[in-house]
Design a protein. Sequence first.
Length: 440
Amino acid sequence: MLSRRFSICVLAGLLSAPVLHAQSVNLTEAPLADRCVRNELVMDLDGKISIKQDGKDISFPQKAQAKHVFVERFLDAASVVADKAVRQYATAESTLTFNNNDSSKRSLRADRRFLVTQRLKGQVVTFSPDGAMTRDEVELTEHFDTMAVAGLLPGKTLEVGKTWSIPNSVVLSLCELDGVTSQSLEGTLETVKDDIALGKIVGKVQGINLGAEVVMQINARFAFDVKAQRITTVEWKESDVRQQGPITPALTAEVTINLTRTPIAEPESLNKLALLKVPTTATPPSELTGIVHQDAKKRFSLKYARDWHVTSPEDSPQLVMRHLERGDFIAQVTVTAWKKVDPKNVITLKDFAEEMAKTPGWAEDKEIERKQVTEIAKGHHAVYRVAATGELDGVRTVQYFYLVVGAQGDQLLVTFSVVPQHIARIGVRDLELVREIVFP
């Protein structure tokens, strides 16, 4: 009887006490345009690559670490996700270890540390106003998208414990995807103390990256400075399962990214004088966004558009690239160095065409073009082009064979292989690439 009376008294006290409202906070970043931040990014990847070899699935461990420290000024930021920014890198380095043995390190050249990052058709392109970058440099700058971090917030006032959905556009950027199939990323405001709001982002993402299917499980946390109206830290953890694609092997990995983000005053390296060399066009000039390739033996160099992706190893005697358009595999190009000749004794166009018809694995059924190309010679001695239809290792294919002969007798064989249904999509990209070949 006593215990029941005690319970009733306690209940009455609770009912008569004043109602305590949950703490709320405005989770909205201040406008980004012309604001500057200092970013410090540290990434760690631990995973394995799987390939088929002699009909068997073989896995190789792969590890990667990267660190980037840079100041960033937002130029075009009509929404919470910025579309254009300039950056000055103090540190940009990565180490990739394959199969616990082979390690490769990358860094930016001193004259490629002032960069522009611009969102084009949903994809981020980073380039240098001072000149074209190498493939390693471009890949080094394809890190966690700091221009999209503000999109993690709901942009409104919420009480502690409340949740919100992360928009597809933000997921696309932060997960580095070409397309989102489905996603359930959800944010939750966990605590607010001393003007710092802490929250988490969890969920599953399915999408496409470089033509391959990707499944990610995200578990992230962030800190938001209420007074500064800025996200100051992000810890982003993801478990990746990537299927084999047209240019990438299958991969499973655990990835951790730590971002420290500090609002700063305008640094001298990003002042208005520094911005004078930043292109103002909607689309950056191709001479700046193109990627420079230097042959390992310095036999030739060329510049190629970013929709071409290198698939050959660095020590390969041939350069092999595949062209992707919206994740679709469109064409492949193989660049092979031929022995140097006396320009006076170059093979004839007729003999070149006959030699190409004998290419191993190639069963030619119809030659559709044979000519000497003069409009893209660019100081070369000669450029031959032979086009034909047939079967390449049993697959219906159209091939364009180019022989590029330098003024001193250097020779390159450039072969484009395209399935018939993609002929229209490849357009004149073969001519554009051949035009950029330079001999020493």
